[in-house]
Write a protein of this length. Structure first.
Length: 163
């Protein structure tokens, strides 16, 4: 079976989906939000726990993470929490770079061959991410079943729709 662009792309995506990742963005958000919650006066904390939807969410921008919405106006994360968040941001950037490098290498390997058999010979451990040899290629399959019926239902052609 010849490798098409879509088969190669699906192969790379499938393999990359099996690479474990740590959700550093969620850890960073939790760290900063929990630090603000820890600083809340007891009365405010009681009200926040009872009515969290009422509290103003203020967005604070963190480089490479985006906006983190904090639960209380006027309370900022402490420097220790911000420093820990920066450490997590660095780990997140390293993880993204490593994953991007892996993906680039896998794409280059997939592009270096033209058939499924050759790719399996290069990377036998990755065979499970490729379609089976006997599966028909995308070119032989109809794009969508009952295409004319769906077009007609949508009012196609225009002349009939106005009549």
């Amino acid at each position: 079976m010849r490798l098409t662009k879509s088969i190669r792309s699906a192969f790379v995506r499938s393999a990359m989906n099996d690479v474990p990742t740590i959700d550093y963005e969620e850890q960073i958000r939790n760290l900063l939000v929990n630090d603000v919650i820890d600083q809340m006066p007891p009365e405010v904390l009681t009200a926040y726990k009872k009515y969290p939807h009422v509290f103003t969410k203020t967005g604070e921008y963190y480089h490479r993470v985006g906006y983190v919405y904090l639960p209380c106006e006027g309370i900022k994360p402490r420097p220790e929490a911000t420093a820990k968040a920066e450490e997590l941001i660095e780990k997140m950037v390293e993880q993204r770079k490593a994953k991007s490098d892996l993906m680039d290498k896998l794409e280059a390997t997939a592009l270096s061959v033209s058939t499924r058999k050759a790719l399996v010979a290069l990377l036998p451990e990755f065979e499970k991410y490729l379609p089976k040899e006997d599966e028909p290629s995308g070119r032989q399959l109809p794009a969508i079943a009952n295409l004319v019926a769906e077009f007609t239902k949508a009012g196609w052609p225009k002349e009939q729709a106005t009549a």
